[in-house]
Ligand binder design. Structure first.
Ligand SMILES: NC(=O)c1ccc[n+]([C@@H]2O[C@H](COP(=O)([O-])OP(=O)(O)OC[C@H]3O[C@@H](n4cnc5c(N)ncnc54)[C@H](O)[C@@H]3O)[C@@H](O)[C@H]2O)c1
Length: 308
C-alpha cells in the first residue's frame, strides 16, 4: 500500500477511489500550511495538488524518490519540473479535462462584455428604465476571435466560437500555419501582430513560460483594435495588469475578463479600482462541477496507474 497526500480540493469519489487501494491523507487545508504539508508529505509515494501548492524546494526533497505528482489541472508553473526529474518524480497533468469549462468561460465573458447590457438589475428593480443607455451593445456573431495559443483549450474555444458564428484566427509558437489543426477547426493561422490588429476579442491560452511572461505588454495592448475585449484565463504575469487597467480607463479596450493574476488573491494596491467593463474572477475558469469530477477522476486513475 502506497502513501498518498492530497493538499487541495478533489472530488470525493476520486478520493474514495484512491483510498480503496492506498493509504490516503486528504486535507485541502494543507495548501495554506506549508510546515504541516512538508511533514505530511515526508516520504510519500504520491502528492496530488491543484495550482496553489508550490511543489519545489524542500517539498520536492521530502517526497520519496520515484514518487508521482498528480496535478488537478494543466498549468505546471507551480511545479519545479527540473527538481522533480532529478529525483525521478513523474508529474501527471489532467490534460484536456477542464478545457470545456475554460472555453465556455471565454465565450460567456466575451458575450457579456460585448453586449454590456446585463448590469442593469439594480436600476431596473428600482424602477429605472435605462433602455437608451444600453441599446448600443455589440453582437458576438460577426466578430473575430483571436486565440493566442492553439492547444487543447484554444481548440475547444474555437469550436464554441464557430458555433456562435464568430470568425476565428489563431497564433501558436509551436505550430506552422500549414498545420492541419487550423484548417480542421476552420481557423485561420496568423502572426501575433495581425491577430492583435484584427480581433474583436483576444483570448490567451498559452502556458506561463519565460517566453510568454509579459507577452501582452502595454505596446501589444495598444496594438489591439479600439474597443476590443481582452480575456486572460491563462496565467497572471502573461498580461501587464496596469496596462489593461489604463486601457480600460482610456476606453481603448472595450472590456476585459481576467481570471488569473500575478498575485492571487490580488494585493491591496492592485491596479483595477474603478475600471469600467471589467470582470474579475478568482482563477475559476477551469473549475465547474463537471470539470472538477473529470479532472479528479482522471488524476486518480493516472496516479493509481503510476503506483501499480
Ligand atoms: N484559469 C483556469 O482555470 C485554467 C484552467 C486550465 C488551464 N489554464 C491555463 O491555460 C493554459 C493553456 O492550457 P491548454 O490545456 O490549452 O495547454 P496546451 O499545452 O494544450 O496548449 C498551449 C499552447 O500554447 C502554445 N504556446 C506556447 N508558447 C506560445 C507563444 N509564445 N505564443 C503562442 N502560442 C504558444 C503551445 O504551443 C500550445 O499549443 C495552461 O498552461 C494553464 O496555464 C488555466
Amino acid at each position: 500500500m502506497a502513501r498518498v497526500v492530497i493538499s487541495e480540493f478533489m472530488d470525493e469519489r476520486a478520493v474514495a477511489r484512491l483510498a480503496a487501494r492506498h493509504d490516503v491523507l486528504y486535507d485541502p487545508s494543507l495548501v495554506d500550511d506549508p510546515a504541516s504539508l512538508k511533514l505530511a508529505a515526508a516520504g510519500v509515494d504520491a502528492i496530488i495538488v491543484r495550482n496553489r501548492t508550490q511543489v519545489r524546494g524542500a517539498l520536492v526533497s521530502s517526497l520519496a524518490r520515484g514518487a508521482v505528482v498528480g496535478r488537478l489541472g494543466v498549468g505546471l508553473d507551480n511545479i519545479d519540473l527540473e527538481a522533480c526529474a532529478a529525483r525521478g518524480i513523474a508529474v501527471v497533468p489532467a490534460t484536456g479535462a477542464n478545457a470545456l469549462a475554460v472555453a465556455e468561460y471565454v465565450i460567456a465573458t466575451a458575450m457579456l462584455l460585448l453586449r454590456g447590457a446585463y448590469r442593469s438589475t439594480e436600476e431596473v428593480a428600482a424602477g429605472g428604465w435605462p433602455r437608451q443607455a444600453l441599446g448600443n451593445g455589440r453582437e458576438i456573431g460577426a466578430r473575430t476571435l483571436g486565440l493566442i495559443g492553439f492547444g487543447s483549450i484554444g481548440r475547444h474555444t474555437a469550436r464554441l466560437a464557430r458555433g456562435v458564428g464568430m470568425g476565428v484566427v489563431a497564433t501558436d509558437a509551436m505550430l506552422e500555419a500549414s498545420d492541419p489543426a487550423f484548417a480542421e477547426a476552420n481557423v485561420t493561422a496568423v502572426g501575433l501582430d495581425e491577430l492583435l490588429a484584427t480581433s474583436d476579442v483576444v483570448s490567451l491560452h498559452v502556458p506561463l513560460l519565460a517566453s510568454t511572461c509579459g507577452l501582452m505588454d502595454a505596446a501589444r495592448i495598444a496594438a489591439m483594435k479600439p474597443g476590443a475585449v481582452l480575456i486572460n484565463t491563462a496565467r497572471g504575469g502573461i498580461v501587464d495588469e496596469a496596462a489593461v487597467a489604463g486601457a480600460l480607463r482610456s476606453g481603448h479596450l472595450g472590456g476585459a475578463a481576467l481570471d488569473v493574476f500575478e498575485h492571487e488573491p490580488l494585493a491591496a494596491d492592485h491596479a483595477f479600482a474603478g475600471c469600467p467593463n471589467l470582470l474579475l474572477t478568482p482563477h475559476i475558469a477551469g473549475v465547474t462541477a463537471e470539470a472538477n469530477e473529470r479532472v479528479s477522476l482522471l488524476i486518480a486513475d493516472k496516479v493509481l496507474e503510476a503506483l501499480a
